[in-house]
Design a protein around this ligand. Structure first.
Ligand code: 13P
Length: 256
């Protein structure tokens, strides 16, 4: 890995309850205290309803908390909406935007994803913009085209200053929850393509932006993935729901 400090984020998706997540955090705090991480940042993304509870428990622990989604509007008559301000209020600093499950299950368009990205930035939250191709798009050799389009929709609206400090997550749709991770070489090829795309905006921005890989990351494949020049960490789904496997992934990032 490069001079960029690694980041490992656990996306808990729609899993757990108050008691099981409390237990998961206890396990994680114990595992991570034994690792004494210096370079690797660790984040967890619980469901909205547990954000406050999780953020309270992690206060002062060094583990950050993020939200899996945000409303694109600032406030008002939006029944069911959760604003960026509310997320900050309960201790959140990061937000996933454009996860493929949101794009597919909730029909989120590139425009809506960009609106959410902008909303995060305007409230001082760090967006993690997720991009990724379907299996069909990969078979058609359109991977780089698809992921750079998803990224450029955002960068062309927010520009250099608006993007700086954000994080990118490359998550091939075919690798999410399937047990079939991209190979380190496949991930590296796409990460390098995304970095080239960012360099068109600004070379320095491109060098300092962290690009995470997500899609069936486990303690077993993490070392090889993190060995790639342009893989700066991981966005982990299933394996983040077990304290020991998530901690193993953090350890691999720390030592990369
Ligand atoms: P899995 O690690 O379960 O494949 O999920 C990846 C993901 O979607 C993280 O956001």
């Amino acid at each position: 890995m490069s001079e960029r400090d690694p980041l490992v984020a656990g996306n808990w998706k729609m899993n757990g309850d108050a008691s099981s997540l409390d237990g998961l955090l206890d396990g994680l705090l114990t595992e991570l205290s034994g690792l004494a991480l210096r370079r690797c940042s660790v984040l967890v993304f619980p469901s909205y309803v547990y954000l406050g509870q999780v953020a309270q428990k992690l206060l002062g622990s060094g583990i950050g908390v993020g939200s899996q989604d945000v409303d694109q509007r600032a406030q008002g008559a939006v029944t069911g909406g959760v604003s960026a301000d509310m997320l900050k209020d309960v201790g959140c600093r990061f937000v996933l935007v454009g996860h493929s499950e949101r794009r597919t299950l909730f029909a989120e368009s590139d425009k809506l994803v960009t609106d959410k990205f902008e909303q995060c930035r305007s409230q001082g939250l760090v967006p993690i913009i997720c991009v990724g191709e379907t299996l069909e798009e990969r078979r058609q050799d359109r991977t780089i085209e698809v992921v750079t389009r998803q990224l450029k929709v955002v960068t062309s609206r927010v520009g250099l200053a608006g993007f700086d400090g954000a994080v990118i997550a490359y998550e091939p749709v075919w690798a999410i929850g399937t047990g079939e991770s991209a190979t380190p070489e496949q991930a590296e090829e796409v990460h390098a393509g995304l970095r080239r795309s960012l360099a068109e905006l600004d070379e320095n921005l491109s060098c300092r932006t962290r690009i995470l890989y997500g899609g069936s990351v486990t303690a077993d494949n993490a070392v090889a993935l993190f060995g790639m020049e342009n893989v700066d960490g991981a966005l982990v789904g299933g394996a983040s729901l077990k304290a020991n496997s998530f901690a193993e992934i953090c350890k691999a990032a720390e030592e990369s």
